[in-house]
Write a protein that binds this ligand. Structure first.
Ligand code: ADP
Ligand code: ADP
Length: 224
């Protein structure tokens, strides 16, 4: 991200000249208080929000040079409260993107079974609906769904904030294992500094007004 700013139409400056070099195949955490521009930053990466100024490069090319659909297919997206389709079963949630991409039902189901195992979901949950799962289980489905078409990038917006601390720890450990095994490039938003330090290969600390205060590995963060 090269000197990226976002000013919303009402004049709010959500992000102010943010430059970040997000490393490949690592977890970069954006951390800071509510309203400091974390979600806006994440959404500029998949073009759900367009920057007012500056540019974002992916593997050296401006993200505006490729069709937005192909950009989004290369980036799984996970949000707080999972955002699952409530009228679809767990397995149908997970295979949504592969089916849109034209995979056969058999291949998509095989992929879903493999992913459910990877994120720690029992196969018996496949035919249930989201409301029949706990909050932590729903977040696991959200992660599996985002991984379904094997995108190189995962964008995660407070994915574990709504679950209780014990379940959250399990989800964090799972994510570290997934990152280790699959080598995804992950951008992870949280307001919890402990979570940032635990998960981040690099941590970007944002301040109110959308300023970057620090960008460093957890061990090198200055506490103030
Ligand atoms: P965070 O994710 O760190 O809580 P956001 O990126 O959601 O921060 O918001 C940053 C700032 O931009 C806040 O002041 C928020 O109120 C404002 N904001 C977010 N979305 C909009 C919008 N669509 N229109 C106007 N202001 C917005
Ligand atoms: P948590 O402690 O993570 O919030 P819950 O108490 O919500 O967990 O759920 C515990 C177990 O009960 C989970 O395995 C979940 O799948 C199951 N469960 C929760 N709600 C329902 C439901 N409405 N129908 C069937 N199973 C449910």
């Amino acid at each position: 991200m090269d000197s990226v700013s976002k000013r919303y139409p009402d004049g709010t400056v959500a992000v102010d000249r943010l430059s970040l070099d997000i490393p490949d195949r690592a977890i970069t955490v954006l951390v800071g208080p509510s309203g400091c521009g974390k979600t806006t930053t994440l959404r500029m990466i998949n073009r759900m929000v367009e920057p007012s100024e500056g540019s974002i490069l992916l593997d050296g090319a401006d993200i505006r040079q490729q069709p937005v659909n192909s950009l989004r297919r290369s980036m799984g997206y996970v949000i707080q409260n999972a955002g699952l389709f409530q009228h679809r079963t767990i397995i149908d949630n997970i295979i949504t993107v592969p089916r849109l991409l034209g995979w056969s039902k058999a291949k998509a189901r095989e992929r879903a079974a493999e992913l459910m195992e990877r994120v720690g979901l029992d196969a018996s949950l496949a035919k249930r609906y989201p409301y029949q799962l706990s909050g932590g289980q729903q977040q696991r489905v959200g992660v599996a769904r985002a991984l379904a078409a094997d995108p190189p990038v995962l964008l995660m917006d407070e994915p574990f904030s709504a679950v209780d601390p014990v379940v959250r720890k399990g989800l964090q450990d799972e994510l570290l294992r997934i990152q280790d095994e699959l080598g995804k490039t992950i951008v992870f938003v949280t307001h919890d500094i402990d979570e940032a330090v635990k998960l981040g290969t690099m941590v970007a600390v944002l301040r109110t007004g959308g300023h970057l205060a620090q960008f460093a590995p957890p061990a090198e963060l200055l506490t103030a």
